[in-house]
Design a binder for this molecule. Structure first.
Ligand code: GRF
Length: 203
């Protein structure tokens, strides 16, 4: 059940950044659909044709399609996000590194989910199936998810939450990916809510 923010009256407007299928984005949208103080207001995507764009269309959520030049060497789309009244950013399978202009605009107001137990199996090149392949190749007995704040170093910000799953002998990277997705879907929306409601209660 959505938690109620005790000391606030305004709504926090959230932008979800995603590059892929958007299954996490969908779960987050579903979770906050009737939320009293959190609204999913914008989908930001760097990939024309990505599945998440279809979700945005079906859900009638505005889309900001971004390109490299402006993102990395321009304003990082900070002006556009501010114009849309965005207060909080959720990265959900977003594959570009967030530039300092953008992290500076959302201090402690940007979270990411990583499909492994950071600080291991993070950093450059560690995304999607590459992560699960590396975890399996190392013979790990467990993996999991990490939800963390975003700062200027890849996969580095303070960790908010981790959950684990076991790896059985013979599990393929794809099988592990499925377990990880299940964990992500179960936890990410609730943790986002906790972080946002905590911010609202500090006002
Ligand atoms: C998730 O596993 C997320 O942790 C990773 O990319 C995947 C995105 O999946 N960074 P989806 O697009 O939400 O289905």
């Amino acid at each position: 059940m959505p938690q109620k923010a005790s000391k606030q009256s305004t709504v926090t407007r959230v932008a979800i950044f995603a590059s892929g299928a958007g299954s996490n984005a969908q779960k987050i949208i579903d979770y906050f659909r009737d939320h009293p103080s959190v609204r999913i207001s914008l989908i930001v995507c760097n990939k024309p044709g990505a599945g998440v764009l279809g979700i945005a269309e079906r859900e009638h959520i505005p889309v900001l399609l971004i390109e490299k030049e402006t993102f990395f060497r321009g304003n990082g789309y900070v002006d556009e996000l501010q114009a849309a009244g965005i207060d909080f950013v959720v990265l959900a399978g977003f594959l570009w590194k967030v530039p300092p202009t953008l992290t500076a605009a959302f201090p402690n107001r940007m979270v990411n989910i990583h499909p492994a137990l950071l600080p291991r199996y993070g950093g450059k090149g560690m995304y999607g199936m590459h992560v699960h392949e590396a975890v399996i190749a190392a013979g790990e007995k467990e993996s999991g998810i990490t939800i963390h704040y975003v700062d200027n170093v890849y996969d580095n910000g303070d960790i908010v939450f981790q959950a684990t799953c076991s790896i059985e002998p013979g599990d393929s990277p794809a099988a592990l990916a499925a377990k990880i997705h299940e964990l992500e879907h179960a936890h990410y929306p609730k943790i986002i809510e906790q972080v946002i409601v905590h911010l609202q209660n500090q006002r």
